[in-house]
Every structure is written in structure tokens, then in C-alpha cells.
Design a protein around this ligand. Structure first.
Ligand code: NI
Length: 138
């Protein structure tokens, strides 16, 4: 009998961004991205949910030590993105539009490297607002 289970950890960070395509005119960017194209940027309170799936360790009863997961998320996501301008401060978005979709994939790829592939499947959900969020992979 296996004990496959999912464990979740939430984290929050605040960041600014601007959505635009640098090869487009200002008018075209306004048409596609609207207020999100504000050249002076705007901010969001992002809420991150990281899901891990795997087997319960029969000795500890843990899938993962949640303190360890909290520290990985703090180091890799919060320290990297909290109170940053995603476009200007974060190399991940130097050539990538910081949409909720792209930020979600970036965070997944960062966390995937830190969490043992043999032990954990992971997925990431990122809320940009209460009602808008992305999930990867699906
Ligand atoms: Ni925005």
C-alpha cells in the first residue's frame, strides 16, 4: 500500500511590473495590455501556492519537512521577487513579459531544481489578484 499525498505551502510577495512588448508601438501595447502597460509600472500582492505530491515517509510521517519547504520558497521566491520591479530588477524577466502565466512557469522551474525529482512531483499556483491566477504544470 502506498501513501501518496499532496502537501501545500503558501507564500506571499509584493512586486511591480509592466506588461508590454518592446517591439510594439505604445499604441499597440495600450490596445493589448491596457492599464498593465503603464510605463510607470503597477504592483500586485502575489500569493503563491506550491503543491508537492509524493509518498509519506514511514518513519517521519512526512512527505517533506514543511520548515525545509518554507525555507526553499523563502530563499528562491520571496528573496528573489519580494519588493522588486520584475521588469527592471529580475533577470528572469529581462526578455520575458512578467504576466502571471510567465511568473508561474519561472517559479516552477526555480523550485523544480531545488526539490528532489525522485521524491516529489510539484505544481505551482500563483494568484495575481483574488480572481486571477495561473497553475503550472497542468
Ligand atoms: Ni499587473
Amino acid at each position: 500500500m502506498t501513501h501518496k499525498i499532496a502537501v501545500y505551502r503558501r507564500a506571499r510577495f509584493n512586486a511591480a511590473h509592466r506588461l508590454y512588448c518592446k517591439d510594439w508601438s505604445f499604441e499597440k501595447n495600450e490596445e493589448v495590455f491596457g492599464k498593465c502597460n503603464n510605463p510607470h509600472f503597477h504592483g500586485h500582492n502575489y500569493s503563491l501556492e506550491v503543491k508537492l505530491i509524493g509518498e509519506i515517509d514511514p518513519v517521519t510521517g512526512f512527505l517533506i519537512d514543511l520548515n525545509e519547504l518554507r525555507e526553499i520558497i523563502r530563499e528562491e521566491v520571496e528573496e528573489r521577487f519580494d519588493h522588486k520591479n520584475l521588469n527592471l530588477d529580475c533577470e528572469e524577466f529581462a526578455d520575458l513579459n512578467p504576466t502571471v502565466e510567465n511568473i508561474t512557469v519561472v517559479i516552477y522551474n526555480i523550485l523544480r531544481k531545488r526539490l528532489d525529482r525522485d521524491k516529489y512531483e510539484i505544481s505551482v499556483r500563483l494568484y495575481e489578484t483574488e480572481n486571477n491566477y495561473a497553475e503550472y504544470p497542468i
